[in-house]
Write a protein that binds this ligand. Structure first.
Ligand code: FAD
Ligand code: DLZ
Ligand code: SF4
Length: 507
């Protein structure tokens, strides 16, 4: 009997488990563009185009390989949910069983498990650590730290290893990866691809259906095939990787890419595999064309962080994305949706997010994330924002980064302390402050950088939770040493700033 083989929009890989266990002579691949996946959050239009265009091209690729593919385009007759489409196709093909690769989101896993159809979920093997590997590693540990998991992944893959030891004698070269912004950036960013007729068709469709979502649709230049994604990988490895390490944390006015790879959208929808990306970077070091600090720093993000956060997402369970241990409840201010702001750092990051569906890690963590955490914004609203606005955002990777790393809403599962800073950190790592209406060196007063006020406001209001954290004791000692009058002014001005934010006023 015919079986259906489900391939989701972020499962565009030939080595997908559901394809491996299916039989092209007997089974039908089901792929479906559905309204529900485009609107469960209001995804950035560029992200929707990326997913739909890459889905269409992957379907053609599978047909070329001999698969029968039942593909539903959004403007064709059909159901508006994945499960609805499966039911419709089951009837059409007289199928009663679905082979699926476990989705990267609890929402969809539950929908498939609850469908009135037999759905067999196979593990997603496109990761270096399986869910079971991660659970075994985590068992019995009171604290899970990325660094130790990363070492295990290095040993498992043999990447940057000499026998049992790390090459160069150190596991981690992070200390060499924190340079302030360079004078100029020598790479013109990622490889861009002119939309072909098929992408143009999707652009028109997305404009008509999702035109009101936050984000600029054009210019659209993402890779939409594996061949293009491989070309983007080669471009990054040759042009930007050697300097990736040095400037990994730097931020610059009107410089969107610096030496970052912009490969996460391709990794996350399956056009590239994590291991091939790491191997390409390692080969560049072996050939003497990229230094170890850059290559190790880059590989750590993928072999370490990417695998670690996925492990956390599945280990922690379905409620994880909704955690809120700090009890934050403030509404997300309109500036996150592009309302004008005088804060240059936020203005730069939000503008770039709107135009490119991209911001690099430190922009997400130390600008938009830091501001939301210091201001006490509801982490649920923050999570929805990140899930909507970035082309690489899928819940398994987005939630631990947002709820955990950025908002500390998980109480310390991902990070041992909250990532908070005053304006001084942003000033050190960027050139934003020089052109800001606020003064980063002012601690109080009308022009004081809001991060300077909110930083102490945050520490003060969460004293009970963080005072005894060994990594935060210094901060409290500095606060306590300040004159009482100054502390009072900071707290009062911080409060006034938050009132302004709540009132929807420009900040
Ligand atoms: P590079 O700087 O070139 O890094 C190389 C690769 O490492 C990335 O492509 C990515 O695959 C991986 N990587 C780096 N950091 C992380 C990380 N913390 N977690 C997982 N993988 C990582 N990444 C996503 O892929 N999807 C998300 O939805 C997402 N949401 C985030 C939300 C917040 C609040 C924060 C702080 C980070 C988030 N990240 C997310 C992690 C990181 O910001 C992006 O992976 C990175 O900016 C992607 O750009 P890039 O490809 O140029 O990365
Ligand atoms: C993100 C996305 C969008 C916008 N649209 C679709 C779609 O129409 N069909 C589909 O199969 N997948 C889509 N996706 C990706 C899914 O949302 C993703 O597979 C789940 O969130 C699980 O990670
Ligand atoms: Fe951001 Fe403050 Fe610097 Fe302005 S002064 S760019 S608000 S950190």
């Amino acid at each position: 009997m015919t079986r259906l083989v489900l391939v989701l929009g972020d499962q565009l890989s030939e080595e997908l488990t559901a394809l491996a266990v299916a039989d092209p002579a007997r089974d039908v691949v089901v792929m479906a563009e559905v309204l529900e996946e485009g609107t469960y959050v209001a995804h950035h239009p560029k992200k929707i185009v990326l997913v739909l265009a890459a889905m269409r091209k992957f379907a053609a690729h599978l047909r070329g390989q001999g698969w029968r593919v039942a593909y539903r385009r959004l403007d064709e007759e059909g159901a508006e949910s994945i499960v609805g489409e499966l039911l419709r196709r089951a009837e059409e093909f007289g199928a009663s069983e679905v082979l699926a690769t476990t989705p990267g989101e609890w929402r969809l896993i539950r929908a498939l498990q609850e469908a009135s159809l037999k759905v067999v979920l196979h593990p997603d093997r496109r990761f270096i650590a399986s869910r079971a590997d991660f659970a075994d590693w985590a068992a019995g540990k009171s604290q899970l730290r990325m660094e130790y998991f990363y070492r295990l992944m290095r040993k498992k893959t043999g990447i940057l290893m000499e026998g049992e030891a790390p090459v160069g004698g150190k596991w981690n070269y992070d200390a060499e990866n924190r340079k302030a912004p360079p004078k100029a950036v020598e790479v013109a960013g990622p490889l861009r691809f002119e939309p072909d007729a098929e992408v143009e068709e999707v652009l028109a469709l997305v404009e008509a259906r999702f035109g009101k979502h936050f984000g600029a649709l054009r210019p659209f230049w993402f890779a939409t095939t594996r061949a293009q994604a491989l070309a983007a990988l080669d471009h990054f490895i040759a042009k930007a990787l050697p300097r990736f390490g040095d400037y990994q944390d730097a931020m610059m006015v009107d410089e969107r890419w610096l030496y970052h790879s912009i490969l996460s959208p391709y990794l996350n929808i399956g056009l590239l595999s994590p291991l091939e990306v790491c191997a390409a970077a390692e080969a560049e070091w072996q050939a003497g064309r990229a230094p170890l600090n850059a290559v190790e720093g880059f590989i750590r993000q993928i072999l370490g962080w990417r695998e670690f956060v996925r492990g956390i997402y599945f280990l922690e369970g379905e409620d994880y994305p909704r955690r809120n241990v700090l009890g934050h409840s403030r509404a997300l201010p309109p500036l996150y949706w592009g309302a004008p702001t005088d804060m240059q750092c936020l203005s730069q990051v939000v503008r770039q997010t709107r135009e490119e569906a991209y911001a690099h890690h430190i922009q997400r963590l130390m600008v938009t994330g830091n501001f939301a955490l210091l201001s006490g914004i509801d982490p649920g609203a923050v999570r929805e924002w990140y899930l909507a606005v970035y082309a690489d955002a899928f819940e398994w990777v987005e939630a631990p980064n947002t709820v955990g790393m950025s908002q500390f809403a998980d109480g310390g599962v991902v990070g041992s302390k909250p990532y908070v800073s005053s304006g001084a950190y942003i000033d050190r790592m960027s050139n934003y402050c020089g052109s800001c209406a606020y003064k980063v060196k002012h601690k109080t007063g009308a022009n004081a950088c809001p991060f300077n006020l909110l930083y102490w406001h945050f520490l003060d209001r969460h004293r009970g939770r963080f005072e005894r954290n060994p990594r935060m004791g210094n901060m409290y000692r500095t606060w306590d040493k300040m004159e009482a009058e100054k502390r009072e002014i900071i707290l009062r001005e911080g409060e006034e700033f938050l009132k302004k934010l709540d009132g929807g006023k420009r900040v």
